[in-house]
Design a protein around this ligand. Structure first.
Ligand code: BDR
Ligand code: CA
Length: 306
């Protein structure tokens, strides 16, 4: 079974590895990429997406640039995690091909409208582009075959004690997206932190040849948290969202009602997850088969030659 997807992203170490998975898995058909300001500026995330397209070889996939900052409030980045460029220490050749001449919002709408019910929308950055697309064309809710996000958590945050980065970076967009009437598949921190890149995984990455040594392992090991005594490796958050599309059998899920906190002094951007709601608006991933996940991801990445 093949799944077509549009990936809205902010590469970003783990966004880059999510793009690699979407390109490498023969059961995934990456039909379009849209970029958003997030981990680094929009200029940076778009440059990274363009460079990755040529380095990894998905030249036919259109890339459109979207929102530079959130619907309201300050623009935040995560350059302390992803490095100034967004790709850690990895330097890729400059891209020759440019972005599409339409905006990310229009590429999202047009791509979903062209094949209703068949293209999955996966978002691994702040949800600004998706909120703007919903405002312009609410029917994308019906056209998307499914909608998966990496974002939020049901315990605690990573940017503030309460909020995860993608939601914190644009809480108003996230609130609009959860209220849109579709079922949001939420791949949050509680899930993604179960599969961290420990030493054994890095060793395995090195068996991927040039791709592993020059791209995958450096991206997957760039960040270490000096404040975490139990640090065992980076989580590849966004990879989990793409993996769920291809291999839902590797994950446990629970229906829930998810609301985004917008006004709390200390909790703005938190996702409040009610697993007992009679009116669920989301499916929340709670558990991953860690070994099966790494086997799957490794095999899919291994299909790509650079
Ligand atoms: C999320 O925030 C970003 O920094 C990562 O790319 C991921 O999408 C994790 O909180
Ligand atoms: Ca991301």
């Amino acid at each position: 079974m093949t799944f077509s997807l549009l990936l809205d992203c902010d590469p970003g170490l783990d966004d880059a590895l999510a793009l690699l998975l979407a390109h490498g898995d023969p059961n995934l058909d990456l039909v379009a990429v849209t970029t958003v300001g997030g981990n680094v500026s929009l200029e940076g995330t778009t440059r990274n997406a363009l460079q990755l397209r040529e380095y990894l070889g998905f030249h036919d996939v259109p890339i459109a640039a979207g929102a530079a900052g959130p619907l309201t409030g300050p623009t935040r980045d995560a350059a302390e995690v992803h490095g100034a460029s967004g790709l850690g220490n990895v330097t890729l050749p400059a891209a020759v091909l440019a972005t599409s001449d339409i905006s990310a919002v229009d590429l999202i709408i047009q791509t979903l409208q062209a094949a209703p019910g068949t293209i999955h929308l996966v978002a691994t950055g702040p949800l600004t582009n998706i909120a703007l697309a919903l405002a312009k064309e609410p029917r994308i809710v019906e056209w998307a075959a499914s909608f998966i996000i990496m974002g939020g958590s049901y315990t605690r945050g990573n940017t503030t004690p309460a909020a995860e980065f993608n939601i914190y970076a644009d809480p108003d967009a996230a609130a609009a997206v959860f209220a849109a009437g579709w079922t949001v598949v939420m791949v949050g921190l509680d899930l993604t932190l179960q599969a961290v890149v420990h030493a054994g995984i890095v060793e395995r990455m090195h068996t991927l040849g040039t791709l592993g040594v020059d791209l995958v392992a450096p991206l997957a090991t760039f960040w270490t948290n000096p404040l975490d005594d139990e640090w065992d490796g980076q989580a590849l958050h966004d990879v989990c969202a793409v993996a769920y599309l291809a291999r839902p059998d590797l994950f446990t899920t629970k229906p829930a009602r998810v609301e985004v906190e917008l006004t709390g002094t200390f909790t703005r951007g938190a996702t409040v997850v009610d697993f007992h709601s009679a009116a669920p608006n989301a499916i929340v991933l709670t558990k991953v088969d860690v070994e099966g996940f790494w086997d799957y991801v490794h095999e899919a990445w291994a299909n790509v030659n650079v």
